[in-house]
Design a protein. Sequence first.
Length: 500
Amino acid sequence: MQKSARKQADFILALDQGTTSSRAILFDRDGKVAGRGQEEVTPLFPSPGHVEQDPNQLWLTTLSSTRKAIDAVGAAPREISAIGLTNQRETTIIWDRHTGVPVTNAVVWQSRITSPECARLKALGHEPLIREKTGLVLDPYFSATKISWILDQSPALRQRAENGDLCFGTVDSFLLWRLTAGQVHATDVTNASRTLLWNLHEGAWDQELLKIFRVPQAMLPEVKPSSGLFGMTDRKWFGEELPITGIAGDQQAATFGQQCFTPGLVKNTYGTGCFVVMNTGSSIVPSKYGLLATAGWKMSGQTTFALEGAIFAAGAVIQWLRDGLQIIQQASDSEQLASRVSDNGGVYLVPAFVGLGAPYWDAEARGAIYGLTRGATKEHVCRAALESIVLQTRDVVESMTCDSGLSIPELRVDGGATANNLLMQMQADILGIPVQRPQILETTALGAAYLAGLASGFWPQLADLSHHWHVDRVFEPRISVDHRETWYAGWKKAIERTRS
Ligand SMILES: Nc1ncnc2c1ncn2[C@@H]1O[C@H](COP(=O)(O)OP(=O)(O)O)[C@@H](O)[C@H]1O
Ligand SMILES: O=P(O)(O)OC[C@H](O)CO
């Protein structure tokens, strides 16, 4: 890499391959969006509870959104200092090492197809060891059982994996492989830490876990720091070779993009799901209250760890109001509809569409609506749907406070649903702390850009980033403690009734 020439370049390109879309954003030196491209991706539901995506679509939409972003700016590729990659995490792809062709569709993080395998491993008593080594819980959400589920499709596949003819990767790893035309099979620590195969304490693939999950070591990617050179793009994609110098899973990237650089700072991203992440510095905080210990990022030889509460259904509830119940036409209508009533009228909605994630980890629970009376209206249901997002967040923030022993002074927010002012106000009300919405909501992509730009020299040091973060609006809590706790007590009752 010609570092000095690249330092002079004008942009960092961030590629954000998410659950619902692939996005590409060019950021300038002030961390502002210079141009963007976005393409939707299609979820496939082959059987109840199972979710897949076509890996080729993830790749092609990444390429086409990149071209859109570059065209929007009219930038020449040589004006791009480096590329940062961020991705929906845990989603599992296996491809042929020689041809690059995926052997099946991607098994998406939301898929529950491996519930029986998780139950089998729990019955064998493996859960405490797995939890201790990985910081995670034994749940179909993570990659390990998805890998073995794919390999169990045929003995020939398993044999090819054992012979070293197949590669496993999360979405970052697959895109990196394609961008480098098959030259690099790698991932970063944050993505590795979501597989259930990564020993968080040792920072290495764990032989005992590989055996428990029946995953051949020969198919695993090399694991690198989140900020540093991963490889060069093949000239055929953008007309010249560009260095890929940052990779992180999307929630860790958003934490970095929100500049949660000091222990105790917390962000929440409101997308399809909701992911609350707290920086815990150099300490791995094992959770007693249903959260995950995970890698935050690794740079300059140092790993920063994090505590995370993963909530599976957030914006997905609003999509259901639109596509399932059809009581709104677009997600943003939810704000107006819910505002027509002053409270939930006693209605609570628990959106356990794919079970419950943090802090309950109940794969078998399914969604329910409680408290319906003859006076309940679609406005109440819509309000209860929005409330379910902030109430789930409160569950996680309570666990985080207990686990970390730190009181959380404020919540930094980002993601598509933060455009909803009522949602943000309710979030401040139920937590009793200020909610800070920054001007740039594309913090996931920004975090990937920061990781890449710090490695390429585009931004010489972390301190150069501090003037990029500007608040758009602060939502202060406005309700009494009594009101807050009565509201929350109703939710806890609804949750208890829903658990399997
Ligand atoms: N104004 C809004 N009010 C409530 N939810 C919204 C609003 N705008 C978008 N959403 C929800 O936010 C999600 C999209 O956010 P995004 O950050 O793009 O998600 P992802 O990264 O998971 O693809 C969708 O699930 C959508 O229902
Ligand atoms: O693509 P998103 O934004 O829905 O994020 C998905 C998470 O990474 C799943 O762990």
